[in-house]
Unconditional design. Structure first.
Length: 249
């Protein structure tokens, strides 16, 4: 996980940003545990330093680590107690594309259900986890002209930090028309399953079911090799699939 502190231009505040890189063939419990603990420590440090920098300097690393561990324990207990949609577990042992499509078209999940599924897939079904994130900016955008941070408020106002020559309208277009895809793979020897989501879907900007946020699904039964599927996600398109899985935020 990459952590970035971006000071506001007026010096009165800052944005704390977290960015996850690609990971391959790992234990998903370790992945989410590490992510959550690092994020908690960074948030505690930033908050305390912002409130009282002198006090913050005297706090030991053990304090932050202890609080991060306690925070993760609470989240983990909630995850493992979460009921997983039966169709998610059934798809791990299915043997045909048709059956997988039918199972996934009966499925919907929220963040805790999906995370619980990833944990069980590893611990009880011997799958390992991979995560790939791809961002593509509009073709006419020069990355060197972008500020450090851009955020579009609900009312359309644009907040930035850092220098840029781009207008507010241009910055708004960068955020609204960039494409970000997150693809999560589960692998067991030659078998793999992929659940992927496009940020525009999470923002309710895709037309399926009137803007219902959703994941897509495909597997090794779709006729792509795993390398081909990953290369497509990393390129300018992603594999074709008709399966949409409602995501309940």
């Amino acid at each position: 996980m990459k952590e970035t502190i971006i000071p506001d231009d007026d010096g009165k505040g800052f944005v704390l940003g977290f960015e996850g890189g690609d990971v391959e063939f790992i234990n998903p419990v370790d992945y989410y545990s590490d992510w959550q603990k690092k994020k908690t420590i960074a948030l505690y440090k930033a908050f305390l330093y912002h409130k009282n920098p002198i006090l913050a300097k005297g706090i030991s690393e053990a304090f932050y680590e202890r609080n991060a561990e306690e925070n993760w324990t609470g989240i983990y207990e909630k995850i493992v107690k979460t009921d997983i949609p039966p169709t998610l577990l059934q798809v791990l042992e299915s043997t045909s594309k048709r059956e997988q499509e039918q199972l996934m078209k009966k499925t919907e999940f929220d963040a805790f259900q999906f995370c619980a599924f990833l944990f069980v897939a590893h611990e009880q079904h011997d799958y390992v986890f991979s995560n790939y994130v791809t961002e593509q900016l509009p073709k006419n955008v020069d990355p060197d002209e972008l500020p450090l941070f851009i955020h579009v408020e609900d009312d359309g106002a644009v907040k930035t930090a850092g220098q840029t020559t781009m207008s507010e309208g241009q910055l708004r277009a960068v955020v609204n028309f960039r494409r970000v895809v997150v693809a999560k793979f589960l692998d067991r020897r030659d078998e793999w399953h992929c659940f992927f989501v496009v940020y525009r879907s999470l923002k309710g900007e895709e037309s399926w079911r009137g803007g219902q946020p959703h994941f897509h699904y495909l597997s090794d039964k779709w006729g792509y090799s795993r390398d081909e599927a990953v290369a497509m996600f990393k390129g300018d398109k992603y594999p074709t699939t008709s399966v949409h899985i409602p995501y309940n935020e």
